[in-house]
Design a protein around this ligand. Structure first.
Ligand code: ATP
Length: 133
């Protein structure tokens, strides 16, 4: 069975490298499942979990936006921030979630602050969900 060589990289360094059977990422247009021999593409990512399947095992990485580059035998995820479940500080994510919720309740509906707070909320919820997987 062919596999995919996957790298998840952030400005702070490499978060994950491995050979897997399948990768799922959350692009701005929706979920993208990638198998070996996928057509080459580059797509922007939104806040979400990257799912890495190898045999019966599934690993997750929390990703906060960036890009995925797909080649037939290789997937590179260039993430703004990315964490493995074991590296996620759940208390920090819960505090970030509370802060963002307060800001959303106080900010004007269509303001820049509102959008920033919503993104911050999505990052926090994603981290909490990935940490619990
Ligand atoms: P916070 O308000 O807690 O800083 P944030 O969503 O604004 O959260 P980011 O700007 O996305 O944080 O990330 C900044 C750096 O902190 C990145 O390196 C990211 O991996 C790391 N990081 C953020 N939140 C957590 C967390 N809950 N656990 C572990 N690392 C985190």
């Amino acid at each position: 069975m062919p596999t995919l060589h996957v790298n998840v990289v952030t400005p702070d360094g490499k978060v994950y490298e491995g050979d897997v059977d399948m990768v799922s990422v959350k692009t701005v247009e929706g979920e993208l499942g990638i198998l070996p021999r996928h057509i080459p593409l580059v797509a922007p990512l939104t806040v979400g979990a990257v799912r890495l399947k190898k045999d019966a095992n599934v690993d997750f990485v929390a990703v906060s936006g960036g890009f995925v580059e797909v080649r037939p035998d290789q997937v590179t995820i260039l993430a703004e921030a990315a964490e493995l479940p074991s590296d996620i500080d759940v208390e920090r994510a819960r505090s970030a979630k509370e802060r963002a919720e307060k800001r959303i309740n106080n900010a004007k509906q269509d303001g820049i602050d509102h959008k920033r707070a919503e993104l911050s909320l999505r990052r926090a919820i994603n981290r909490i969900e990935v940490a619990e997987k």
